[in-house]
Design a protein. Structure first.
Length: 390
């Protein structure tokens, strides 16, 4: 247990250019939509939102802010990828700005994922799931974490994890492909798994053929699993599209490494199995946009048209000749859960001339119906709200 003492336990908690052809905008985005009370240095006045929406800053200086998780008690837990830290933020005076920040842990191995259950914070490293018990009563002096499970693969390539508890009470944990394109023999790769944290044994593979999912959620009514997936690289600027996927049952296969975006055979592995063998995406998100966190909107602040619709953070391309992504997207669904298309919801982190000042990572709904958005490039967490243009 000496390794547990080798890193500082300080703080953290919690529960992936021009628009692509997949973007369809029925609402013109407008600016400025920024909160006039913000006096910091982040250029949030550049963010364009639908009419009536505004953006403020919930917290800044949150280094490498990635996955978000809000506890029932109001603590926002924040994971990081490159920094190795976990944070906890509190807004104690209700002004929609965090006024307490705690560092729960440092020196961890890409602790991207955070989830909260029964008073405990769960943190996902590359190969381990840790648990911080009774965390909200010990934010200033966090406990040494308990190791829940430590036998996930150790590969760093796509090894960072988003985690969340499903409707079944199990913890869902993705395992990405340890490569850009390959056919791993171990079936745990390229999957979403789940474990019983009260009786952890070998993870159960729930979904297959997933290259790198860094965000998933469940439909608020029918409890179906929805997740994003980052498409492979080096097939050109416009192929393949990243994906939004829908899994109404366990044991589905979404194509990787044989088929991409539902209809593009891989040049190396595509001859082994046809695209017809696999489940196509519910929505093509666009090439290299890097969709990460997503949330079904269930609050009462936004207009009714947003109810049970999906808001998705696009981290943005890293190797495309013309940058793309760097926005929040809205995917509208019909009554049967079929996508009606994708449109931009919040833009402006990618400027004309391709300068980038922010990269959205995750979204989390607050009890008042506003939406938090993490940004690991600007080290910030934004709050998007609707006031009808007041």
């Amino acid at each position: 247990m000496r390794w547990l003492l080798s890193f500082s336990i300080l703080f953290f908690a919690c529960t992936a250019s021009a628009p692509s052809a997949a973007d369809k905008s029925s609402t013109s985005l407008v600016a400025p939509g920024s909160d006039a009370s913000y006096t910091g240095e982040l250029p949030i006045n550049k963010i364009k939102l639908p009419p009536g929406f505004k953006i403020g800053v919930f917290a800044e200086g949150v280094k490498n802010a990635r996955s978000l998780c809000l506890s029932p008690g109001g603590t926002l837990f924040v994971g990081t990828r490159d920094l190795g830290s976990v944070y906890a933020l509190r807004d104690t005076d209700g002004d929609h700005v965090a006024d307490q920040t705690y560092t729960l842990a440092t020196g961890l191995n890409m602790p991207n994922g955070v989830a909260f259950r029964n008073g405990s914070l769960y943190v996902a490293e590359i190969s381990r799931i840790l648990r911080f018990d009774n965390i909200e009563n010990q934010l200033a002096n966090p406990p040494i974490p308990v190791t829940v499970y430590d036998k996930y693969p150790t590969d760093e390539h796509h090894g960072w994890k988003y985690i969340a508890f499903g409707p079944d009470g199990k913890l869902y944990v993705p395992v990405g492909a340890p490569c850009n394109i390959c056919e791993p023999e171990n079936p745990i790769y390229c999957s979403i798994t789940r474990i019983d944290v009260d009786n952890p044994t070998q993870p159960e593979v729930v979904q297959h053929g997933i290259r790198n999912s860094v965000g998933f959620t469940w439909h608020p009514v029918n409890k179906e699993l929805w997740f994003t997936d980052n498409g492979r690289d080096w097939l050109g600027d416009d192929l393949p599209s990243c994906e939004l996927n829908r899994a109404p049952k366990d044991g589905m296969h979404f194509g990787y490494p044989y088929c991409h975006q539902g209809d593009v055979q891989d040049p190396k592995f595509g001859d082994k199995r046809p695209c017809s063998d696999f489940t196509p995406p519910a929505q093509k998100m666009g090439p290299h946009v890097a969709p990460l966190g997503l949330e079904f909107y269930t609050g009462k602040m936004f207009p009714k048209a947003y109810q049970n619709q999906l808001l998705i953070a696009e981290h943005g391309s890293w190797n495309r000749a013309k940058k793309i992504g760097y926005q929040l997207s809205l995917v509208k669904l019909d009554a049967a859960g079929n996508s009606l298309g994708k449109e931009a919801f919040a833009t402006g982190w990618l400027e004309e001339g391709e300068a980038v000042w922010g990269r959205p990572v995750d979204v989390e709904q607050l009890p008042d119906g506003s939406l938090l958005v993490s940004d690991d490039y600007a080290d910030a967490i934004y709050r998007i709200y609707y006031d009808g243009g007041k």
